[in-house]
Write a protein that binds this ligand. Structure first.
Ligand SMILES: NC(=O)c1ccc[n+]([C@@H]2O[C@H](COP(=O)([O-])OP(=O)(O)OC[C@H]3O[C@@H](n4cnc5c(N)ncnc54)[C@H](O)[C@@H]3O)[C@@H](O)[C@H]2O)c1
Length: 321
């Protein structure tokens, strides 16, 4: 049956793919976004590429820190995917109070509105909660160890989510994302994700910049897999009540040097990187244990790193030619 779902930050990179997936499943979507990093063009592209009727998408322009905008956004929705946040470590180091305001103050507004509306929230948690620990696989039982203000804000909302699960028996799934990449990620901001920035540099024939020696590794996850996992968690029947915390990732790991090599293969180039100093708050290795999300909702990644990179590079090539 058709339902309406709220996607906070729906005009952003991941939010636009989640919106696309929900519309593709036949649902209606409300997006709340203040367009600070999100773009109207992302939503226009979702409607155009999917051939969806624009009347199925409602957009509330406003901040998740504003209770009246949040109340308007929650009208008639059966569940919420909460993605709105300032998502950059670097930005949070420069302006921690600003990150706190959007991520934590905004986050609790969304959790509170959802528990009053008695609807499930899927919250975009972050692998940054793990910090830099020796365990090769990051699993959900590890003690959290945030290394940046950004990581602290993302974890703070997780803690609220757990408390809301206990106190109000709210239905919440915290999906911890690990380096998400794919089409529509902003490539030309100082806060851009590494894959978007590298694709853009290669298209311009420039050397991408690597912070440190490039042997740091990440569990890169294609955005289509993330959108599918999030929507499956949102729509899952018979989830035990309360708050569940799960990694949502591929379970692989690739170094930044690997990434540049594969992108050079995709582009038919042999561009070398410029190396700079390591970044404050950066973790060395990040790889997810995905046993728990498999068990909770049967999630399996479907897009390999190489295939995801090819699709992503092709998109940047078409879009920024
Ligand atoms: N991209 C990743 O690799 C990654 C990894 C871990 C977690 N996450 C989380 O996933 C979520 C989405 O990230 P993204 O990469 O799509 O980033 P993004 O910047 O593209 O999307 C964030 C969206 O939230 C909106 N927004 C920010 N503050 C807002 C506010 N106060 N009110 C309303 N809208 C607001 C922005 O305009 C944007 O549309 C974030 O919560 C981020 O912390 C992302």
């Amino acid at each position: 049956m058709t339902q309406r779902y709220l996607v906070t930050g729906g005009a952003g990179f991941i939010g636009s793919h989640v919106t696309d997936r929900l519309l593709g499943l036949g649902h209606e979507v409300t997006v709340i976004d203040n367009f600070c990093t999100g773009k109207r063009e992302n939503l226009a592209a979702v409607l155009e590429e999917g051939g969806y009727d624009a009347a199925r998408l409602r957009v509330v322009e406003g901040s998740i820190t504003d209770p009246s905008a949040v109340a308007e956004a929650f009208e008639g929705v059966s569940g919420c995917v909460h993605l709105a946040a300032l998502p950059s470590v670097v930005r949070s180091v420069e302006a921690p109070v600003e990150s706190h305001e959007s991520n934590v103050t905004g986050g609790i507004q969304i959790l509170d509105a959802a528990r009053r509306a008695k609807v499930r929230v899927v919250y975009a948690g972050s692998s940054s909660a793990y910090g830099d620990q020796d365990a090769q696989f990051k699993h959900e039982e590890l003690r959290e160890s945030p290394l940046s203000p950004y990581a602290a804000t993302k974890l703070a909302v997780e803690l609220y989510a757990r408390a809301f699960g206990q106190v109000y028996d709210a239905s919440i799934v915290v999906t911890r994302f690990f380096n998400v990449f794919g089409p529509r990620q902003v490539p030309d901001s100082p806060y851009s994700g590494v894959i978007a920035a590298f694709c853009f540099a290669i298209l311009q024939g420039r050397s991408p910049r690597i912070d440190g020696d490039g042997e740091q590794s990440r569990d890169f996850t294609y955005v289509g897999d993330v959108a599918r996992g999030v929507c499956d968690a949102l729509l899952a029947k018979d989830l035990p009540s309360g708050c569940h915390t799960v990694n949502l990732a591929c379970g692989g790991n690739h170094t930044i040097n690997d990434l540049l090599r594969i992108l050079n293969d995709c582009a038919g180039t042999s561009i070398r990187a410029e190396h700079g100093p390591s970044r404050t708050g950066d973790v060395r290795h990040s790889q997810a244990d995905i046993a728990r999300i498999r068990e909770l909702i049967g999630f399996e990644p479907q897009v390999s790193f190489e295939e995801g990179l090819r699709r992503t590079y092709d998109w940047y090539q078409r879009t920024y030619k």
